[in-house]
Design a binder for this molecule. Structure first.
Ligand code: BES
Ligand code: ZN
Length: 583
């Protein structure tokens, strides 16, 4: 059978999952979850192929208690193991008892010392793109949505959270048992939970923020604008479909900036700068409530539909809340990141297309800023052709036409053809969609603040740059040559104390530039920083700079060895890949 999703064993001619009832007990000592997954399909009869990775299957039964035959395939490097269950005629439900594996790729188990409080352990999941299968056996493709209910049993004193609605909770016999439900059909990669010492603060009628008790006040301050963001987003994209928009700030090893888990966005604590300068990440995850969670990519090959549309949405919100000058700075930093990603893919240029072919490619390896920023520029190009009012109408039409659906690039293009006739030809869409790199004449952001920074070139910024936003600093630093003149690096640090920059975006832009010139204070700061955070957006450029900086490769190797236990499995794998590649 030809696979429609190259990253799943799902066979669309077989019964299709509809609902999951999940019951699980979290064992921090053993680092395992003992669980039961009741999977309900649209029909019974015949084999059904599920995805699983590292799961120890203990038994599979029909609802009447009879054992069902099943077959667990050999582990495959990217896909994991196929779990084939034989559903008798008329039996549309199976009950799977299992335990998660010791190395479940979606899970990070943290020791108390890896948390802010230092007293309680912590566990969280990160299922996108194809890690849900390491936690629950199911058809792990975004093509097949499920509703679910869940019961989480955790040591009392800790609490669990799920990206779902809370039903109820109780404490008995030293355990806390909480129940959840998700009534909107979601792709499996949006299944998410966390367990730890967690407290919350109200942010608005539809939002609260969760974090460890010692972090929650800072988090509430940083994200105070979330309700305004939510109303702005609704004014642009239509009513919010998920009820609540809560936030969860994770420990620093969380490998992403944010993850759009429905009703409960997961965020890195590196956003807590005190000045609200990085809240665009919240706007981004909020935008996914429409583009991604309502309209979903059919597979990782169309990932740009999720991320390109979401960056577009994020920047529409940002423009409303912070104005054109800030928007242009963000877009300029985005373009720099895109050019960097394209240059990193010089030996795999096919990954610089919007529509990709990922048979045999792990989606985590294919991840880059290309689907984000090239996708954004393609949509901006279309907007430039038809004008903002027409494009806004199209955007709404897109969400209307495909809500709760999983679509391919072709289905989007079909809609553009009917709704915006001629636009694809005018922008030469095939060059964007299936061509490599960025077409010439792509939209360019302009604003007075951006141009003031660009005019400086490699000159030293004026003293007034002390008031620059982190975004101006990034534009400036990313434009400097590598290596930059040693005197410039020293003067910059003397005048602006960049090695001590409190903003991680500025710090990482500075360190990656200064390490290339072998500036010792930058190398030392990178060494400590790499032990403090596990966000891949920072790990990759810093390890990359140490690997190619003068004489710093051994330090990169030593840091990777020393810190790998602190990183999420996905992040550790990303660092290993960089070290293997050697640039
Ligand atoms: N959904 C992504 C994170 C993700 C992508 C996880 C692919 C796993 C696989 C999330 O919405 C995201 O894009 N986060 C960005 C935010 C940024 C673009 C504002 C991040 O983590 O940096
Ligand atoms: Zn995103």
């Amino acid at each position: 059978m030809a696979r429609l999703d190259p990253h799943s064993h799902t066979d669309l001619s077989q019964p299709q999952q509809r609902h999951l009832s999940w019951t699980t007990e979290v064992d921090f000592e053993g680092r395992r979850m003992q669980a039961t997954a009741v999977l309900q399909f649209d029909r019974g009869g015949g084999p059904v192929d599920l995805d699983s990775r590292g799961l120890e299957i203990q038994g599979i039964e029909a609802p009447d208690g009879t054992s069902l035959r099943f077959e667990l395939g050999q582990p495959e490097p990217i896909l994991g193991q196929r779990l084939r269950v034989l559903l008798p005629e008329g039996v549309d439900t199976c009950i799977i008892r299992y335990r998660t594996g010791a190395e479940a790729s979606a899970l990070q188990w943290l020791e108390p010392e890896q948390t802010a409080g230092g007293k309680a352990p912590f566990l969280y999941s990160q299922c996108q793109a194809i890690h849900a299968r390491s936690v629950v056996p199911l058809q792990d493709t975004p093509r097949l949505r499920i509703t679910y209910d869940a019961t989480l049993n955790v040591p009392s004193g800790l609490r669990s959270l799920m990206a779902a609605s809370a039903v109820d909770g109780a404490t008995e016999g030293g355990r806390t048992i909480e129940r959840w439900r998700m009534d909107e059909p979601i792709p499996p990669y949006l299944l998410a939970f966390a367990v730890g010492d967690l407290a919350s603060r109200e942010l608005g009628p539809r939002s609260r923020v969760w974090a460890e008790p010692s972090v929650v006040e800072r988090a509430a301050h940083e994200f105070a604008s979330v309700d305004r963001m939510l109303t702005s987003a609704e004014s642009l994209f239509g009513p919010y479909s998920w009820g609540r928009f809560d936030l969860l700030v994770l420990p620093p090893s969380f490998p992403y900036g944010g993850m759009e888990n429905p009703r409960l966005t997961f965020l890195t604590p590196t956003l807590l700068t005190g000045d609200r300068s990085l809240v665009n990440v919240v706007a981004h995850e909020l935008s996914h409530s429409w583009t991604g969670n309502l309209v979903t990519n059919a597979s990782a090959e169309d990932f740009w539909l999720n991320e390109g549309f979401t960056v577009f949405g994020e920047r529409r919100i940002l423009e409303l809340l912070e104005g054109q000058n800030m928007l242009a700075l963000h877009a300029a930093v985005g373009r720099q990141a895109l050019d960097e990603a394209i240059s990193n893919f010089r030996d795999r240029p096919q990954l610089t297309r919007l529509r990709t072919k990922l048979e045999g490619v792990d989606p985590d390896d294919a991840f880059s800023q290309v689907p984000y920023e090239k996708g954004y520029l393609f949509l901006r190009a279309l907007e430039d052709v038809v004008g903002r009012p027409a494009f806004d109408r199209f955007f709404r039409r897109y969400m209307d036409a495909f809500h709760f659906k999983s679509i391919t690039t072709e289905e989007l293009l079909e809609l553009v053809r009917t709704e915006l006739p001629g636009a694809l030809e005018t922008v030469n869409a095939p060059r964007w969609i299936d061509g490599e790199g960025v077409p010439l004449g792509a939209p360019v952001a302009r604003s007075s603040r951006l141009e003031a920074v660009e005019r400086l070139g490699t000159g030293l910024p004026p003293a007034a740059a002390r008031d620059w936003s982190p975004w101006e600093w990034q534009v400036y630093l990313n434009r400097l040559p590598r290596p930059a003149p040693a005197e410039l690096v020293t003067s910059l640090d003397e005048q602006f104390r960049l090695t001590e920059a409190p903003n991680p975006e500025v710090l990482v832009a500075w360190l990656t530039m200064a390490i290339r010139g072998g500036y010792p204070p930058a190398v030392r700061r990178a060494e400590t920083f790499l032990g403090e955070v596990g966000r891949m957006k920072y790990l990759k450029p810093l390890y990359g700079a140490l690997i190619s900086g003068p004489g710093t490769r051994p330090l990169a190797e030593a840091c990777a060895r020393r810190y790998r236990k602190r990183y999420h499995v996905i992040a550790a794998a990303g660092v290993d890949a960089l070290l293997r590649k050697g640039t």
